[in-house]
Write a protein that binds this ligand. Structure first.
Ligand code: NAD
Length: 489
């Protein structure tokens, strides 16, 4: 795909910096060297915040529709480069090309939607109870904001955080995941080409050290974080102590409920897509199938057949239907949970490393049956292609089991009965619920995010995403210059 290794460099102000000394290999074949990225330090983060702070006054003053116009320009550049970006994303992160193309498409649609918000950003007016007074609200940007993102959607997540922050007039410092710097670099180049003024978007590579520096710096007014629940808890605690606005989207353990009147072929196909798609590395991945006893044998037979039909392989190769885990660490986690599952439940298919691809991080698609809601594989996020089938006796029990974990991102229910569908929709503790469709992410113009330990703060995407990056101000204008005759003191 490329003749020489790629190089990621920090984007700070209007220059590229940092020694790209960390090698990045393909997770599908570790013999393939893709490029290098800088490790990233506290000093790099501070330099990026300096640049963002310097650019802030000019960007705040730029009329919002002009800010939006730059995002529309970025949309056009991303559209032109979408196929190349998708291939690089697939190669570096491991999802197959059609999934990578879908991620890029989603990012583009979201930026397009957020750019349109530049002409809204609406406050409101209401009659004041005070004489001679006109009262209204408007929104000011928070200032410099920090975005800390994971590797599993390295194109979409940084962009769906960045777009509403920029539209609202903030300048940003992005600290992307260390596993996927090269695709971020490609996006950074397009951001520059779109013509954003220097310092409006800054990108610092590396891991926890620069991320912590961004969180700690008093000039950074808000943190939008997506990643693991474990790290998210630390981020929330630190932001709380610093009185800093924080938005976290974290882990999941998403349930797919199959009721006894469901279309079982549809349910099994949706479950396979949710469980094995993107190698189970979507935050919205299906990891629990909660199935009513009467149809459980038939469902397990179908899902096992679909698991066996998965074709793991190099994500750039035609015909491959599942790529690798992103890293050796992630593969190790999945293999460990496969062993835990063998102790706890009944292995139906998989449960091992995929033997045919020894140079990549490939787990075999795995299904466990007879899983109890108390088992670790039924409670803990695995982030790999491992499905736990939990059998239940009633709709009531299905809902109780689905809600009986600490997470709450997405959920799905398969049924032909409208009343039962609504019962589940209303009572499932998830931010998103699908009916007769897999546990997937959402569309640009609807809110996305979870509840319980999955999320803290306002939802991302949708029409209100920019509000997290904004402060409302209420204005009372005494336009007659008359003394007030009533009201508050
Ligand atoms: P992670 O928590 O390991 O890392 C996320 C980001 O935090 C990275 O940029 C990392 O460098 C940084 N980081 C690491 N240690 C830090 C620290 N001590 N302080 C501050 N920042 C730190 O997560 P990951 O492995 O990159 O991503 C996978 C996780 O993300 C999964 O748990 C998945 O469910 C979750 N996720 C959630 C959503 C959602 O919308 N709910 C979306 C995508 C991914």
């Amino acid at each position: 795909m490329q003749s020489s290794p790629l190089r990621a460099r920090h984007l700070i102000g209007d220059s590229w910096s940092g020694d790209a000394d960390m090698p990045i290999h393909s997770p599908a074949d570790t013999r393939e060297l893709l490029g290098y990225a800088p490790s990233g330090s506290r000093a790099d983060a501070t330099a990026a915040i300096d640049a963002a702070a310097a650019a802030l006054p000019g960007w705040m003053e730029t009329p919002a529709p002009k800010r939006g116009a730059l995002l529309f320009k970025l949309v056009r550049l991303l559209e032109a480069a979408a196929d190349d970006i998708a291939r690089l994303l697939a190669w570096e992160e491991g999802k197959i090309v059609p999934e990578a193309r879908g991620e890029v498409e989603k990012a583009i649609r979201y930026i397009e939607f957020a750019a349109g918000d530049a002409r809204r950003l609406q406050g409101y007016t209401a009659p004041s109870e005070l004489n001679g007074t006109f009262a209204f609200t408007f929104w000011r940007p928070k200032g410099v904001v920090g975005l800390i993102t994971p590797w599993n959607f390295p194109v979409a997540i940084p962009l769906w955080k960045m777009a509403p922050a920029l539209v609202a007039g903030n300048t940003v410092v992005l600290k992307p995941a260390p596993e996927t710097p090269l695709v971020t670099q490609r996006i950074a180049e397009l951001i520059r080409e779109a013509g954003f003024p220097p310092g409006v978007v800054n990108i610092v590579y590396g891991d926890a050290e620069p991320a912590r520096a961004i969180i700690e710096d008093p000039r950074v007014k808000a943190i939008s974080f997506t990643g693991s629940t474990e790290v998210g808890r630390q981020v929330e605690a630190r932001c709380g102590a610093l009185h800093k606005a924080v938005q976290c989207e974290l882990g999941g353990k998403n349930p797919l409920i199959v009721l006894d009147d469901a279309d079982l072929d549809l349910a099994a196909a949706g479950c396979a897509q949710g469980a094995f798609g993107s190698t189970g590395q979507r935050c919205t991945a299906t990891s629990r199938a909660i199935v009513m006893e009467g149809v459980a044998d038939a469902f397990v037979e179908r899902i096992a057949t679909l698991a066996r039909a998965v074709r793991p392989g190099h994500p750039l190769k035609e015909g491959v239907t599942m790529g690798p885990s992103v890293s050796a660490r992630q593969l190790r986690t999945v293999l460990e949970y496969q062993e835990v599952g063998k102790e706890e439940a009944k292995l139906v298919v998989g449960g091992v490393r995929w033997a045919d691809l020894p140079h990549g991080y490939f787990p075999a698609p795995t299904v466990f049956d007879q899983v109890s809601p108390t088992h670790r594989i039924a409670r803990e996020e695995i982030f790999g292609p491992v499905l736990s089938v939990i059998r239940v006796a009633s709709v009531e029990e299905a809902i109780a089991v689905a809600n009986g974990v600490e997470f709450g991102l997405t959920g799905a229910v398969y049924t032909r009965d409208l009343g039962r569908a609504f019962e589940v929709v209303q009572r499932l503790d998830t931010g998103i619920t699908q009916v007769n469709a897999p546990t997937m992410g959402g569309e640009a113009h609807f809110p996305f995010g979870g509840c319980k330990a999955t999320a803290v703060g306002p939802k991302e995407m949708g029409p209100d995403a920019w509000r997290f990056f904004s402060e409302p101000k209420t204005v009372y204008m005494n336009h007659r210059l008359a003394p007030r005759t009533a009201g508050f003191y």
